[in-house]
Ligand binder design. Structure first.
Ligand code: KIV
Ligand code: ZN
Length: 513
């Protein structure tokens, strides 16, 4: 049997640090459930001291996960952070506190203004305090990739002696060459006392496009946990992509003496879910989960694949849940067929909720001849988006054309269900719609991006609109909306972004930040 490599997912913490990827608690719970089904070992659910929203998310995800996964909360090596994390992890059956500090010369001198001795003292104190609350404590040595190796070994050894059960060696800035990072891990394994008794974790960033390679070299050198995110979301250029590292380990398990417990057939579904919730699109040529990952375009390649798939495909698309089933629903499909297809896609619903989903499905099916998996995912996501919305769309009507002045009339419902009807004109129909929404909702923002894409094929495809708005205090909020009618999608997307902005302001008003 090969070594088990634990998969530590940080989509909900480091992934959420991607600009525009902020999620509310309901959205995080949906992703957490998918992570559990995917089989991740650890869910880093947030940084509880950073905001009331993160605190609640960690609390709720602890409840949701039960004993199906370790639930982890990040802290600085600061007493108040650790106490807050312990409080948030009260609901978790398998809680872990992830604490630590910067260990490279620039982190010590410029950021923390600590001597090496003081840093060791602070690390030991933090680990001991965290251990007084939970049995499972992970120590991170931030920027370990650029740290002096003697000091790195010393602080890791001290953290282990203080009770750390996991030691995390991050290449925070993605600076290393993979083989150098691997050697650093191998040397730490050889010299740090007690390291063989703890989980040795790596957390690598993609600044040079090598996050996955860094993680794999580390696994080869003895790391037993990899920290990663779905779609490689994360600070700056992102983190190690979960789907990449998992599939590389699966393909080269014998050589790496490694395996994971991830259900790889859920990877595509997990990727789509995270993309649709965060509004961050997956590049088409993204390894494993990109739309083109299994597309063959040149004649020579197509000929080869038709003769034998392996000529140009190293992964069977079905192994990662791609390639899809050929089952397509239509307006004639009944409840059982829809429920069955939804279950295949990983969704289950209470009866009342399912009835609403079925009604939305029929609405789409009446306008479109065939309803594909992507349409079903869009229906579910649209429902999830409106479930928690402060403002909802009741009606939108536009008149436009040449030489008309585009005008829009919209009815919105506030959270108490009260109708607000307004009209406005604009430079185009979408501009007119957004002016009306601004009039009613009245929240200051800058619209920085607007894009439309067809979710499925054909002229009757559902159109999905993604917008990005920037709040007064400079935060980015992404909104998405889908419908057969592009004006409806545009209105929904803008409302979705504003609802997120308003929800974030409720959690933490601007003046408190
Ligand atoms: O990149 C990093 O070093 C981190 C730590 C907080 C683990 O995200
Ligand atoms: Zn990170």
């Amino acid at each position: 049997m090969t070594r088990k490599i634990a998969i530590f997912d940080t989509t909900l913490r480091d992934g959420e640090q991607s600009p525009g990827a902020s999620m509310n608690t309901t959205e995080k719970l949906v992703i957490a459930e998918e992570l559990v089904k995917l089989g991740v070992d650890v869910i880093e659910a947030g940084f509880p001291a950073s905001s009331p929203g993160d605190f609640t998310s960690v609390l709720e995800i602890g409840r949701l996960a039960g004993d199906r996964a370790v639930v982890c909360g990040l802290t600085r090596a600061v007493d108040a952070d650790i106490e807050r994390a312990a409080e948030a992890l009260k609901t978790a059956k398998r809680p872990r506190i992830h604490t630590g500090l910067g260990v490279s010369p620039s982190h010590l001198k410029e950021k923390l203004r600590l001597t090496e001795d003081e840093a060791v003292e602070r690390a030991v104190h933090a680990v001991k305090l965290a251990r007084s609350f939970v049995d499972d404590v992970e120590f991170y040595a931030e920027d370990a990739g650029r740290a002096d190796e003697d000091f790195l070994a010393r602080i890791c050894e001290a953290a282990i002696a203080a009770g750390a059960t996991v030691v995390n060696i991050p290449d925070t800035t993605g600076y290393n060459l993979p083989w150098d990072f691997g050697q650093r891990i191998a040397r730490l394994r050889n010299r740090v006392k007690g390291i063989e008794d703890v989980t040795l974790s790596v957390h690598t960033h993609n600044d040079l496009g090598m996050a996955t390679a860094l993680a794999l070299e580390a696994v080869k050198a003895g790391a037993t946990q990899v920290e990663c995110t779905i779609n490689g979301l994360g600070e700056r250029a992102g983190n190690t992509a979960l789907e990449e590292v998992v599939m590389a380990i699966r393909m080269h398990g014998a050589e790496l003496d490694a395996h994971t417990d991830i259900d790889t057939r859920r990877l595509t579904q997990a990727s789509r879910l995270v993309s649709s919730i965060t509004g961050i699109a997956v590049q088409p040529n993204k390894a494993i989960v990109g739309a083109n990952a299994f597309a063959h375009s040149s004649g020579i390649h197509q000929d080869g694949v038709l003769k034998a798939r392996e000529t140009y495909e190293i992964i069977n698309p079905e192994d990662v849940g791609a390639g899809g089933s050929q089952i397509v629903l239509s307006a004639r499909s009944g409840h059982a067929a829809l429920r069955h297809r939804m279950a295949d896609l990983g969704y289950s619903f209470e009866d009342a909720e399912f009835e609403d989903i079925y009604d939305s499905f029929l609405e789409v099916a009446d306008k479109k001849r065939l309803v594909y998996d992507e349409d079903l995912v869009a229906i579910v996501n649209e429902r999830k988006r409106t479930e928690t919305a402060l403002w909802r769309l009741a009606a939108v009507q536009v008149s436009c054309g040449f030489p008309l002045t585009p005008t829009a009339t919209i009815t919105l419902l506030d959270e108490k269900g009260k109708e607000h009807k307004e009209a406005a004109w604009g430079n185009g129909p979408v501009d007119a719609v957004y002016k009306v929404v601004d009039k009613v909702v009245g929240v200051k923002n800058d619209l920085s991006e607007f894009s439309v894409k067809a979710i499925t094929r054909g002229i009757d495809a559902l159109g999905e609109v993604t917008v990005r708005v920037i709040s007064e205090d400079g935060r980015v909020f992404v909104g998405r909306g889908s419908d057969n009618d592009i004006i409806v999608s545009s209105t929904r997307a803008y409302l979705n972004a504003l609802n997120r902005l308003l929800a974030a302001e409720r959690e933490q008003p601007i003046e408190q930040r």
